[in-house]
Ligand binder design. Structure first.
Ligand code: LLH
Ligand code: MG
Length: 381
C-alpha cells in the first residue's frame, strides 16, 4: 500500500461556541464556523480522516511538510511517518506543530482501522470498551444563570449528577472575566459544588493557569480540605520547578503537564523531577496516539496513573487502551449548551454517555467518527 493523495476539505458547520480574548470557549449565538477534514488516500482506495481547525492543516503545512513526508510511503508505517514529520518541526521554524502531527497521525490510524475493518482501540489492544466520564465544565463567565457564581456551579453540578456523571471537574474563572483570577472565588465555587454533591463524589479543579506559587499553594491546601481528587494546571507549566515545589508541599495529587510543549520527553522530565503525581497526555497536545501511548506506558512503568486531556474519538481511544487511567474528559460543558446534540457534520457524536456515566466506544472500523460526508461535500468553502 502507498499513500497517493492528501486532501483537505474546508467546510462550514454550525457552532454555538465563541472564544474569549484568552482563547477560552463560552456559549454564544448559533453561527457558522470553518472546519476542515484531512483525508489521507492510499493506492488501494483506502482512506483515513481526521477533523482539524483550518489553520492546523493550512496549505503551507500540507504542501511543505505533510506531502513531502507521506506521499509514496506505506500508510501503515505510522511510527516512521510520525518520526519523519517530528524531524521537520525544528526546521519549520515552529510552524509545524504537534497539532498538525496529531491530525496526520490520527488520519493514518483511521485509515488502518477502516482498511482492516476494525476499531482502532481494538487494533492497539483494548483494556475496556466503555469508560467513566467526568463532566468538565467550561471556564467561568459573567452570564446570568451561566457559570457566573458559586451557586451557578452548584446548581449545574446537581444537574450533571442527575444526567449520570460520576465525577465533575470545574474550570473556574480566568481572564478576561472582570473579577478573575481570584483564588478565594475558586474556593467558594469548589465548596459550593462539594456541598451540592456530597462528601464522597469525585471532584477535580482546573483553575486559572497563571497563579503565583503562593496563590497556587493556598488554593491547593483549601481544596485538599474539601476532599478534591486532583489539582490541575494552577500555574504556568513552563516552570517545571514550580510544579515540583507545589507537589512536594501538597497531599492532593497534582496532575500535569497538559499544555507544556515537549511531548514524551518533557513528561519523562516531570516524572523524574516529581513535578506531578498523575501524568497527563492528550492526542492534540503531544502529536497523536503513538506518542500518547509512550506517555501512558511511561507513567505505568513508574506506578503512576495518566489521565487523558480532552475529548473526541482519538482521546477516547486512549482511554480504552489503558489500565492506569480512570476517566474520559467529557466537555467542555455549560448549562446553556446541549453537549449531546449532534453537529451538522456528524451523523452521531463519538462519545455517547449512558445514564450510569459510561461513554461507549464505537464498534465501527477506524477511529469512531461517524462523519456526514454528504453534509461536508454540500457545504465546502
Ligand atoms: O483554559 C481552558 O479553556 C481550559 O482549561 C481548556 O484548555 C481545557 O481543554 C482543559 O484544560 N481541560 O482539561
Ligand atoms: Mg486542563
Amino acid at each position: 500500500m502507498k499513500i497517493v493523495d492528501i486532501k483537505v476539505r474546508n467546510f462550514l458547520t454550525t457552532s454555538r461556541q465563541v472564544k474569549d480574548s484568552d482563547g477560552h470557549s463560552h456559549p454564544g449565538e448559533r453561527h457558522k464556523v470553518r472546519q476542515s477534514l484531512l483525508s489521507i488516500v492510499a493506492d488501494d482506495g483506502s482512506e483515513g480522516h481526521c477533523f482539524a481547525p483550518p489553520e492546523v492543516v493550512r496549505p503551507h503545512l500540507i504542501n511543505g511538510f505533510v506531502r513531502t513526508v507521506l506521499i509514496g510511503e506505506d500508510p501503515l508505517a505510522r511510527e516512521r511517518l510520525w518520526q519523519g514529520l517530528a524531524h521537520w518541526q525544528r526546521g519549520s521554524t515552529d510552524q509545524l506543530t504537534d497539532r498538525t502531527l496529531a491530525a496526520v497521525e490520527l488520519a493514518l490510524w483511521d485509515l488502518a482501522g477502516r482498511r482492516f475493518g476494525m476499531p482502532v482501540y481494538q487494533m492497539i489492544g483494548s483494556y475496556r470498551d466503555r469508560v467513566l466520564a467526568y463532566g468538565s465544565t467550561m471556564c467561568g463567565d459573567e452570564m446570568a444563570g451561566g457559570l457566573a457564581t458559586p451557586e451557578d456551579y452548584a446548581r449545574y453540578a446537581e444537574w450533571l449528577v442527575a444526567r449520570g456523571y460520576k465525577a465533575i471537574k470545574l474550570h473556574t474563572w480566568m481572564k478576561p472575566v472582570s473579577f478573575a483570577p481570584d483564588p478565594r472565588m475558586d474556593v467558594k465555587a469548589c465548596a459550593a459544588v462539594r456541598e451540592a454533591v456530597g462528601a464522597d463524589f469525585p471532584l477535580m479543579l482546573d483553575a486559572y493557569h497563571g497563579y503565583s506559587r503562593t496563590d497556587a499553594l493556598w488554593l491547593g491546601r483549601e481544596i485538599e480540605k474539601l476532599g478534591y481528587a486532583w489539582y490541575e494546571e494552577p500555574m504556568d507549566e513552563f516552570s517545571m520547578s514550580s510544579y515540583a515545589w507545589l507537589a512536594a508541599n501538597l497531599d492532593i495529587p497534582v496532575i500535569g503537564p497538559e499544555s507544556a510543549h515537549g511531548k514524551f520527553h518533557v513528561r519523562a522530565e516531570w516524572v523524574k523531577a516529581g513535578a506531578c503525581d498523575i501524568l497527563r497526555t492528550g492526542v492534540y497536545d503531544v502529536g497523536g496516539i503513538g506518542p500518547s501511548l509512550k506517555i501512558i506506558h511511561l507513567a505505568e512503568s513508574f506506578g503512576m496513573n495518566c489521565e487523558v486531556h480532552g475529548g473526541g474519538a482519538g482521546n477516547l481511544t486512549l482511554c480504552a487502551v489503558q489500565k492506569n487511567g480512570r476517566w474520559y474528559e467529557r466537555g467542555l460543558l455549560h448549562p446553556f449548551l446541549d453537549y449531546d446534540q449532534v453537529p451538522d457534520h456528524l451523523n452521531s457524536i463519538p462519545d455517547p454517555m449512558d445514564e450510569d456515566g459510561y461513554v461507549h466506544l464505537s464498534t465501527a472500523p477506524g477511529l469512531g467518527e461517524d462523519i456526514n460526508f454528504d453534509y461536508i461535500n454540500a457545504n465546502l468553502v
